[in-house]
Design a protein around this ligand. Structure first.
Ligand code: B12
Ligand code: SF4
Ligand code: SF4
Length: 343
């Protein structure tokens, strides 16, 4: 077995489902990222446009001096269960957020992979683990290393696993033989995701206008959500999976990485009224170590209030009236007032 094959075998045995190698060059679609920033598609995610982040994405050596190889890795998470329809009294949480926080789970596994590589090579080498938050174009490297293709919905999609994947990277100063991008994998004439996207956030060049994306608005956006998007949020209270659930490449994909075998999963459809009435301590405890905390208590209750307005639940009216009159948090109070105006 070559060193590259041995590393891939170790990655799979650690619970990753895909692994591939890139030379540590500028990612092939770096210009698309610059255009995206220039057009303001990053919305309020100012960290995406910081000069040092723009520089870091240009060259992985800005993250790890001497970097020679970007090892791209993917772990699979369970697709949303089609069997469980959202009832009118329930909210919807995106599938990726139902598991323990992947940043932590994947980081530990990639660190172990680095140790295994040290054993395999029997030499000291520098490395850096990146899981989501580092300034690196994860999808671009993953597609270049042959893990899948960038689908029209902007997600890295694997012929074997669909797009229900988490991506991460191990940067190393070792020269490893690069893999090749896949050929014959693409969306062909399909445009289902673009048609299904409630806010038309998918741009023709396979990037997303975050200003319109319900995932951005319910997770990353702070403050009031623009009125035009509120009815389109439906009962989503954290994230959006619409452009993935509609995708033919995602049908019958139920693979889960062994990394999540023992994981306890959140209820994907929590009761809306109960969610609205959670205290901050209850919110933090229920969603401890899960991605849902990213919305923060304010954002979560804002989202639930909007979902209640869309569901027009009679059972929620008194809680909304009370919130609209007495809630000290202005963002949540305004969302409750909007919700009542929908009844
Ligand atoms: C910012 C961000 C968001 C933003 C913006 C989304 C976006 N697509 O840019 C928001 C908050 C909206 C978001 C939403 C989601 N996100 Co997000 N997000 C990120 C983050 C941190 C950066 C993405 C980025 O750099 N965007 C800027 C644009 C310009 O870059 P890009 O989208 O990577 O696009 C590149 C390629 O598509 C390529 N390209 C452009 N045109 C073309 C054409 C062809 C032919 C090719 C080959 C390539 C190509 O050029 C671009 C630059 O290289 C990444 C983690 C990371 N560090 O990369 C996670 C990441 C993309 N998110 C992820 C997930 C899971 C989600 C959600 C599914 C969560 C949810 N259920 O709500 C949604 C999916 C929405 C969607 N359809 O993309 C996963 C995606 C895994 C996958 N299978 O692709 C990532 C990789 C996190 C991770 N580590 O697993 N996200
Ligand atoms: S995540 Fe939802 S809102 Fe965002 S692009 Fe996909 S379907 Fe559209
Ligand atoms: S729904 Fe169709 S166009 Fe959209 S990502 Fe899937 S295959 Fe591509």
């Amino acid at each position: 077995m070559s060193l590259e094959e041995s590393i891939k075998a170790e990655a799979l045995s650690l619970g990753f489902v895909l692994c591939g190698f890139n030379r540590a060059d500028t990612p092939p679609h770096y210009e698309a990222y610059l255009d995206w920033i220039e057009a303001g598609c990053h919305a309020g995610m100012t960290y995406m446009a910081q000069p040092n982040a723009i520089e870091a994405r240009y060259d992985p050596a800005n993250l790890l001096p001497g970097c020679r190889t970007v090892i791209s890795l993917a772990a699979a998470y369970p697709a949303p269960s089609g069997a469980q329809k959202v009832q009118e009294n329930q909210g919807n949480i995106a599938a990726y957020a139902l598991l323990p926080d992947y940043h932590q789970v994947l980081k530990v596994a990639v660190e172990v992979l680095a140790q295994k590589i040290a054993q395999l090579t029997d030499q000291a080498f520098k490395h850096l683990v990146c899981v989501d938050t580092a300034p690196i174009l994860e999808k671009d490297y993953a597609q270049h290393a042959g893990l899948g293709w960038i689908a029209r919905n902007s997600c890295l999609t694997s012929p074997a696993y669909g797009s229900w994947l988490f991506l991460c990277e191990l940067l190393v100063d070792l020269p490893l033989k690069p893999d090749k991008p896949l050929t014959n994998a693409d969306c062909a004439d399909c445009h289902r995701c673009q048609m299904a996207c409630p806010t038309k956030a998918i741009l023709p060049n396979r990037t997303i206008d975050a200003r319109r994306c319900l995932s951005y608005l319910t997770i990353e956006h702070r403050g009031p959500i623009p009125h035009a998007f509120r009815p389109l949020i439906g009962q989503r209270i954290f994230g959006c999976d619409t452009c993935q659930t509609i995708c033919p490449s995602n049908q019958n994909q139920q693979n889960t990485s062994p990394l999540f075998d023992q994981a306890q999963m959140l209820d994907p459809h929590p009761d809306l009224v109960e969610s609205f009435l959670l205290t901050e301590a209850e919110f933090k405890s229920r969603y401890a170590n899960t991605p849902v905390l990213r919305a923060k208590y304010q954002g979560f209750r804002r989202n639930v209030a909007i979902a209640l307005g869309n569901a027009r639940l009679e059972a929620a009216r008194s809680a909304l009236v009370d919130c609209a009159a007495n809630e000290p948090d202005g963002v949540v109070r305004e969302a409750a007032q909007w919700a009542l105006s929908q009844y």
